[in-house]
Design a protein around this ligand. Structure first.
Ligand SMILES: Cc1cc2nc3c(=O)[nH]c(=O)nc-3n(C[C@H](O)[C@H](O)[C@H](O)COP(=O)(O)OP(=O)(O)OC[C@H]3O[C@@H](n4cnc5c(N)ncnc54)[C@H](O)[C@@H]3O)c2cc1C
Length: 380
């Protein structure tokens, strides 16, 4: 008789499965896909290049325990992510920094704005674009408006289907301007890519005699919930169910479908060694796609061909495409809370991960949250 069932073999599900297994429990992990890793799934294609099927993923964290945990299952390649934005044909670093300023403004004006920014914000600091837009100094306000229009506005509309002002502060405040020449996309202590890829890392996490993995199985076909009780294949299930899929689907959409953004990826092989000067180039003033990723830039593979993917953000349509990003606006959080409250009626059900918790989380948070839930369940 199964005692612990984990739905989802993404990073959230795999991490908590391993924690249970290491602690002596036997667990069953079910995923409806035929692959492991959820959205971090990657593979080496016919060109010998590791391709990330669900979009570019870069590992970065400040959590010591997360880095320690994952390092048991992979060796790492050092990789610091740098992103460029194509602003009307000029490639500039993002997050916007002082180099971006000089790339886009005439030298004299750039010097003046730089001095003002340093005087107002302090050299080496970062500031959110929304704060800058409201700055008392007219020249800084004009500069901030320029950055907002050319780096942020169209990109945000393409990405979320909303203009920035319609989005929650949570997202708006995430967009910094660096008053320095810092051009790394992330500033975390640990920034790496797994040497043999994410799939291999997750495979190693799941490789344990007390973990039974069932792929290609939709949990919704065997699990149902009714009146505070969980049923497995029609029989009451008194064990622990950890669910990392969409919570609205789990409850048969009784409060309606939660809104998400979906993505469409167009992969292409280009017959040259290099396509663009950075792994990721964002298109902030033109094009229907949001960004182009060139995978060989993550691994520094030298081949005579290169693989790229163009990424288009789409409205999520249930049953038609994949839910990727929960849309962080207040009314959606209220909507999700109805499901989260409903889940509390089931004492042996735990929601975990980006879909069940309806929250954008990075990979390190997925691992961290899984570790925290395990510790909570064990009373640590
Ligand atoms: C485009 C994109 C880029 C990203 N880039 C980064 C990045 O650079 N760095 C970073 O740290 N994070 C990044 N992230 C976030 C990262 O993908 C997530 O933090 C992480 O994948 C979350 O893992 P998870 O296990 O919670 O969810 P998922 O990876 O979505 O796994 C959930 C699993 O549950 C399965 N499932 C769902 N319903 C059922 C069901 N009914 N039955 C059986 N199985 C089911 C799914 O098939 C899936 O495998 C990115 C996310 C996206 C969308």
């Amino acid at each position: 008789m199964e005692k612990i069932i984990i739905v989802g073999a993404g990073l959230s599900g795999a991490t908590i499965a391993r924690m249970f297994a290491d602690g002596g429990d036997t667990v069953t992990v079910i995923d409806k896909r035929d692959t492991i890793g959820g959205n971090v799934y990657d593979y080496v294609d016919k060109n010998g290049i590791r391709v990330q099927v669900y979009g570019p993923h870069i590992f970065h964290t400040d959590y010591e325990d997360v880095f320690e945990f994952l390092s048991r299952f992979t060796e790492w390649n050092e990789y610091e992510h740098r992103v460029l934005a194509n602003v009307k044909g000029t490639l500039v670093p993002v997050p916007f920094n002082l180099k971006s300023l000089f790339d886009l403004y005439p030298k004299d004006k750039a010097e003046r704005i730089k001095e003002r920014l340093i005087a107002e914000i302090g050299e080496g600091n970062k500031v959110s674009i929304m704060q800058l837009v409201q700055n008392e100094n007219k020249e800084i306000r004009e500069f901030a408006q320029f950055v907002y229009n050319n780096i942020f506005y169209l990109y945000t509309k393409k990405q979320w289907g909303f203009s920035p002002s319609q989005l929650g502060k949570e997202i708006m405040n995430r967009v910094p301007v660096y008053i320095s020449y810092e051009d790394r996309y992330f500033t975390d202590k640990y920034q790496f890519m797994p040497k043999q890829g994410f799939t291999e890392m997750v495979s190693n996490i799941l490789r344990h005699p007390r973990i039974q993995l069932k792929l290609g199985k939709d949990a919704k076909k065997i699990i149902s919930l009714y009146d505070g009780k969980i049923y497995l294949n029609g029989k009451e299930f008194e064990g622990t169910l950890i669910y990392t899929g969409c919570v609205d689907e789990l409850f048969d959409y009784k409060y309606g479908v939660l809104p998400y953004r979906s993505l469409k990826f167009k992969f292409k092989t280009i017959k040259k060694e290099s396509f663009q000067p950075a792994a990721v180039v964002n298109y902030t003033t033109s094009k229907k796609y949001t960004r182009i990723t060139e995978f060989s830039k993550f691994t520094c593979e030298q081949t005579d061909k290169t693989d790229i993917v163009k990424e288009y953000s789409k409205r999520f349509k249930k049953g038609k495409n994949i839910p990727y990003y929960p849309i962080p606006i207040e009314k959606n959080h209220i909507h999700h809370k109805k499901y989260a409250d409903e889940a509390k009626n089931y004492s042996n059900l735990y929601l975990l991960g980006r879909l069940a918790q309806y929250k954008y989380i990075n990979m390190d948070d997925a691992v961290k949250n899984a570790m925290d839930l395990y510790r909570k369940l064990k009373g640590d």
